[in-house]
Write a protein that binds this ligand. Structure first.
Ligand SMILES: CC(C)(COP(=O)(O)OP(=O)(O)OC[C@H]1O[C@@H](n2cnc3c(N)ncnc32)[C@H](O)[C@@H]1OP(=O)(O)O)[C@@H](O)C(=O)NCCC(=O)NCCS
Length: 199
């Protein structure tokens, strides 16, 4: 099994998804700061003291993880305005032996509820199942994060269970639900993704 994933951009009808570059630090920092109130409810790294140094570290780690074949972070950009950072979508290995992976995402607050996360994640599922040959992909979603649950439902993920006190965000422990989709399920769902123009 190869550790490599091609760095070419992946396209959807509205979006370009591509690996991070060092010059992304400024646009990513701006996008996170502009969305901090929403991100900070669910994501532990989006703390009040989120800084340019943290962004720099993220971009550096992201480039390293892709090079090592561990995790693949994609910058979400509009085809029409590729310099503005819209968010991130990532896929990473949880077990190479069992061919299982996990996906995570966020979208900047002033661009939510336009279907961008669903469109980006549909394309990244194709990367997981076709390019990385995953058998199963999971999502972990904090209880109460209804928008993220809606993304999982639209993509045909199945809710599988509850992880208690899975992550600490600020001073609060959050329960997560686990959602999964198997390769054979995705092969059925993808016709719908295409009909919805997500793929
Ligand atoms: C969750 C998140 C990524 C969704 O991004 P997005 O681009 O708005 O997602 P989409 O537009 O593809 O789909 C969102 C769906 O949730 C719905 N929605 C939005 N807010 C909602 C809410 N408070 N309650 C219920 N549904 C909601 C939208 O209407 C849409 O559903 P629809 O297409 O059926 O109308 C974005 O809100 C975000 O980044 N949130 C903060 C970080 C985060 O939670 N990341 C995920 C961690 S698991």
């Amino acid at each position: 099994m190869s550790n490599e994933l091609s760095q070419h951009p992946r396209f959807t009808p509205r979006l370009v998804l591509r690996p991070f570059r060092r010059r992304d630090v400024g646009p990513v920092h701006e996008a996170v700061l502009s969305s901090l109130a929403d991100l900070a409810r669910w994501l532990p790294w989006a703390a009040k003291d989120y800084s340019r140094t943290v962004t720099h570290q993220f971009v550096r780690d992201s480039i390293g993880a892709w090079g090592d074949g561990r995790a693949f972070d994609f910058a979400i950009r509009a085809r029409e305005d590729p310099d503005r950072h819209l968010g991130n979508v990532s896929v990473w290995w949880t077990s190479r032996t069992n061919r299982t992976g996990e996906i995570g995402y966020w979208v900047r607050s002033d661009m939510t509820s336009r279907g961008l996360c669903t469109e980006a994640t549909a394309r990244i599922l194709q990367v997981g199942f076709e390019e990385l040959d995953m058998h199963r992909v999971t999502l972990r979603i904090a209880v109460g994060n209804d928008a993220s649950e809606r993304v999982a439902q639209k993509l045909g993920f199945v809710e599988e269970g509850l992880l208690r006190d899975e992550v600490k965000v600020g001073a609060v422990w959050l329960d997560h639900t686990v959602w999964g989709i198997l390769e054979r399920e995705w092969r059925v769902e993808r016709a719908r993704y295409e009909a919805e123009a997500w793929g």
